[in-house]
Every structure is written in C-alpha cells, then in structure tokens.
Design a protein around this ligand. Structure first.
Ligand code: AMP
Ligand code: MN
Ligand code: MN
Length: 357
C-alpha cells in the first residue's frame, strides 16, 4: 500500500529537538527576533515562539527592528513586541526566526555586543547562510510557523489559543492563503491542527491578505499603469514621489510583484521600491516566479535571498538604474532556465523514443 504523503517526512529531527531543548532549558533571559520589514510569518513566528517559551516558563523579549503593521494586532501579544531601543546587551540565548542572514535582523541585533551569545536560527529559506551557533533550516516547510508547529509538538506546547492564531497567520500569509506551489499535504495538515486549536482561516485571511487601504489601491492603479513586459519578465518601479502622490504608506506596494506575475505573458515578476533607510535611499527589490522558474539565485547573487518562487534583495543606487540592471539579470536567468528546461525535455523524449522505438 502506498504511504500517505504526510507520513513522517517533516518533523523536528530528534537530535535537533534535544539540541534546541538544551539551548532553551537553562536560559534565563531569551531574546527572540525576526526580519526587517516584517511580514506575517515574521510576526506570527515571533509571537508563536513567545507563546511556546512562555509555556516552558520563560519570559522572552520579542523584538523587531521595524514597527510591525497594525493589521497584525489581532495576534495575542502583539503589543508587547519591542523595537531596537527595548533590546538589552546581555541575554543567555537569542532565537532568530525567518531570517536568512544576520543583516536581516536589522538594528535589534548588534554584533558588537550580541555575537558572543548563543544564537539559535530557525528558518525555511533555501538561501540561509547557517549563521547561528545552532541552525534548524527546513526549506521543505512553507513557513517558519509550520516549523513551529513541529517545535511545539517536540517541546510539549499545546497547539491551541494564542499559539494557534500566531502560527496560522504565518502559514496563511507565506502561502498566500494556501495557493503557492509549496502548499502540500503537510501544510494543510498543520493548518488543520491550528484550526482545530481555535484559529480561524477566514478571520486571518480577512485581516491580512484581503485588507488594503484606499491609498494603497490607488498606488497599485498608478503602478500597474506603467508596468513593463519584456522577455517574459514583467516589472514596475515604485518611487517615493508616486507613494507620496497616492498618500500611500510603506507596506502599500506589498503583494504587487505577485500580482504582476499573474500576467499570462510573464514567468517572472518584479517590483522595485524606493525607500529611505537611515538617511540613505535604497531600492527594495521583490521577485516572484511561476512554477518551473527560480528567482532565489538572482536574489542571492545580489546580496539578498529567498525561495525559488519568491525572493528579494536591497540595493543602493538610482531607482531606474537599479531596475534596469536587475531586470537584465532576471531575463538572463529566465533564458538559462528555459534552455535547461528544453534540454531536459528533449533528453526525456529521446529516452522515451528509445524505450518505445
Ligand atoms: P518579499 O518580496 O519582500 O515578500 O520577499 C520575498 C522573499 O524574499 C522572502 O522570503 C524574504 O525573506 C526574501 N527577501 C526579500 N528581501 C530580501 C533581502 N533584502 N535579503 C534577503 N532576503 C530577502
Ligand atoms: Mn518573512
Ligand atoms: Mn517565511
């Protein structure tokens, strides 16, 4: 009989469970952090980790370099998240969630004072650099919140109440409501257990994926108007001036790269968002790819990271110049990946011909 596809393939490995337990149990003071420009998985896994640690009798500090969007204030514990000013110099343990490299933690992690402290990294990015003293990296998981379902099981924290709301949030936002190509039976099984624990899919979807401001919609309108398409890459720039004109906020361009790549004529979508970061103008690049294409390696080569279908990087330079250079890199990657696909197909069909001929 064939095994069900959920059979034991994904879980917290026994050695990792005991290593994590040994790191957490003796720690009196624990700092948990996630990435800059926090998304639903960053906020959900941070708060979820907080609830798991509280179940173990700990009182963790939860910190994010950038203020999380108030859309997520329905997750219990949201108001207790602190910024960089709430982070002390000394902790027994730091736990970093959903970040592929140390710079992604931003100002809440100060290498000068924090680099001597044991660092537990829990992440699902294929581009993770294993920068912790203990690294649990599982690219097979669709969200860090999915990994925390297995961690909660391992550490005996019940998947109920506050914890289930936090973890279902990251699962829903990172899979765009269970629609991404990595949404498999394990994801659905984890989601089922979280809904069983009291979290509601429709409420979380309504608060996150289906919630936009009027200014944000107007911004999307003006950006879509000047989107460009060439060699199956579709892209748009979002300037500071455009955001100001639409009275749009920082997060209002989010999701646009994913919307752009829904164009039938494209395989890769990208947005380039101009931002002022600590007095410096930077361009946040966000990439999305259709199934069969991989944007993570372009992002990694440009100093960023991510997953094959969704990745990004942050670059300095004038908006149009950055966009032109990066689009050329994406088009080149697309061309190479198409050629590799064609080669694989022709090899497959010649094997097929041989077998039947
Ligand atoms: P986004 O387009 O911002 O939703 O990000 C898509 C994916 O790429 C996420 O998994 C991010 O963690 C990753 N990513 C985005 N920007 C960066 C960056 N500057 N450095 C590393 N990873 C990034
Ligand atoms: Mn994230
Ligand atoms: Mn994530």
């Amino acid at each position: 009989m064939t095994q069900p596809s959920t059979a034991g393939a994904l879980h917290l490995p026994a050695e990792m469970e005991s290593a994590i337990r040994s790191a957490i149990e003796p720690a009196q003071s624990i700092l948990c952090v996630s990435h800059v420009s926090p998304d639903g998985d960053a906020i959900g896994s941070l708060l979820g980790m907080g609830w798991i640690l509280r179940h173990l009798g700990k009182k963790p500090t939860l910190a994010l370099a950038d203020k999380p969007a108030s859309d997520f204030n329905y997750i219990p514990g949201f108001d207790r998240i602190v910024g960089a000013s709430g982070v002390a110099d000394a902790y027994d343990l730091i736990i970093c969630l959903d970040a592929s490299s140390p710079d992604r933690m931003g100002a809440v992690y100060r290498p000068a004072v924090h680099s001597q402290i044991p660092l537990l990294v829990i992440d699902h990015h294929i581009t993770n650099t294993n920068f912790g003293s203990l690294n649990w990296v599982e690219p097979g998981c669709a969200a860090v919140c999915q990994m925390l379902v297995y961690l909660a099981d391992g550490l005996g924290a019940p998947l109920a109440g506050n914890l289930s709301v936090a973890l279902l949030t990251g699962l829903i936002t990172d899979t765009l409501g269970f629609r991404t190509s990595n949404t498999d039976a394990h994801v659905l099984q984890a989601a089922m257990r979280l809904t069983d624990g009291g979290a509601h899919i429709h409420e979380i979807v309504a608060r996150t994926l289906q919630s936009r401001t009027y200014a944000g919609l107007r911004l999307w309108g003006s950006i879509l108007n000047h989107a460009q398409l060439d060699k199956r890459v579709i892209w748009a720039t979002i300037s500071l001036a455009q955001r100001k004109q639409a009275s749009a906020q920082d997060g209002d361009g989010e999701g646009l790269a994913g919307f752009l790549v829904s164009a039938k004529e494209a395989d890769i979508g990208a947005t380039f968002t101009e931002r002022v970061n600590g007095g410096q103008t930077v361009v946040e690049c966000s990439f999305r790819a259709k199934r069969g294409f991989d944007v993570s390696q372009v992002a990694l080569a440009l100093g960023g990271g991510g997953h094959p279908p969704a990745a990004g990087c942050t670059l300095t330079g004038p908006l149009d110049q950055v966009a032109a250079q990066v689009v050329a890199a994406l088009q080149e990657a697309h061309q190479k990946q198409t050629a590799a696909q064609k080669l694989a197909q022709s090899q497959l069909s010649s094997v097929g011909n041989g077998a039947h001929g």
